[in-house]
Design a protein around this ligand. Structure first.
Ligand code: SF4
Ligand code: MG
Length: 317
């Protein structure tokens, strides 16, 4: 079966200036990443803040072009000119419904905007579509006249979900969709996303720093560290028998470090490395309890097997 979405050897490098008079240095945000999404599955992408998850999401949404490598939808390569077509098929739900919704527009305008941009329907049919989608995401039709500031965090994320789904996408890129919400609301939104996926046969890439969330929703998991996928496995395989020491460390800590959310590094000993100057050899070696001399000088070769993939000298081909 052709994957509905595929990244083939995608690398994304930025030029970053260090200080006011500093030289520009390359930052490799995504380093030779290959992933495939089968129709209807949920691929969880887990990693700490700064690992490249959000850059990956932007590439999949056509908001950033890869420096090298290919993005394929239904086996077809996408170039920049297909951005609008891509937007119809792949829609995002971002972390922060406070900043992703225009505060000066009412809910009707926010949800109907993608339809207008794509010239879909007339005003009457858009009204009808917005009513229907509000019902589907569990909001009453009267919120159409509200502004985002008049709604709770959970309601706003329902609006963001409605805005994504009104385009009838096939793939939804969920980038930390519940991280900014109160814990009590998180599970409601996760359950909603799960129901919607089943009802509409959606395919999700579900990005999170939170493995508990991934376990709840995903069928497969890819673990990212400094721009590389270091392990990929089925959810069952990963949670029962993680193979990469980094995955193992993430699993041992329910709270993974995420400075922007105020969650400190609780167990990995040192903070996340600077992506401009990644450690030699295996990028994880300064934090790895199993690191050997080989790990300091040589990057492990990925091993592909029926369980998935693993990039660690302990599991070398
Ligand atoms: Fe640890 Fe070495 Fe494996 Fe890297 S390659 S994760 S340092 S054991
Ligand atoms: Mg992010």
């Amino acid at each position: 079966d052709t994957p509905v979405l595929e990244l083939r050897n995608v690398t994304k490098t930025y030029s970053v200036k260090q200080g006011l008079f500093g030289k520009s240095k390359p930052l490799t945000a995504i380093n030779d990443v290959s992933i495939k999404l089968a129709r209807g599955e949920v691929l969880g992408l887990v990693g700490e803040s700064g690992c490249g998850k959000s850059t990956l999401a932007k590439i999949l949404l056509g908001l950033e072009a890869p420096t090298s490598g290919e993005v394929l939808v239904d086996g077809q390569t996408l170039g920049g000119q297909d951005r609008l077509a891509l937007a119809r098929r792949i829609q995002p739900i971002f972390q922060d419904p406070y900043s992703s919704l225009n505060p000066r527009k009412n809910i009707y305008d926010i949800i109907a905007l993608p339809l207008r941009v794509h010239g879909i329907g007339d005003e009457a049919s858009r009204q009808k579509s917005v009513r229907e989608i509000l019902d589907i995401v569990g909001l009453p039709a009267r919120v159409m006249n509200n502004y985002p500031s008049q709604m709770s965090g959970g309601q706003r994320q329902r609006v963001a979900i409605a805005r994504a789904l009104i385009m009838k996408p096939e793939i939804v890129i969920c980038d930390e969709p519940t991280s900014a919400l109160d814990v009590s609301v998180q599970s409601q939104i996760l359950n909603l996303l799960n129901e919607l996926r089943q009802e509409f046969g959606l395919t999700y890439l579900f990005i999170s720093h939170n493995l508990a969330v991934i376990e709840h929703l995903a069928t497969r998991v890819a673990v990212m560290y400094l721009g590389r996928i270091v392990e990929e496995a089925s959810v069952g395989g990963l949670f029962d028998a993680a193979r990469h020491p980094y995955t193992d460390a993430l699993l041992k800590s329910v709270l993974t470090p995420e400075p922007e959310l105020g969650i400190p590094d609780t167990h990995l000993g040192m903070s996340y490395p600077n992506p401009i100057a990644p450690p030699e050899g295996c990028h994880f070696h300064p934090r790895c309890p199993a690191a050997s001399d080989l790990c300091k000088s040589k990057r492990p070769t990925p091993l592909f097997d029926p369980n998935g993939r693993i990039e660690c000298h302990l599991h070398s081909p």
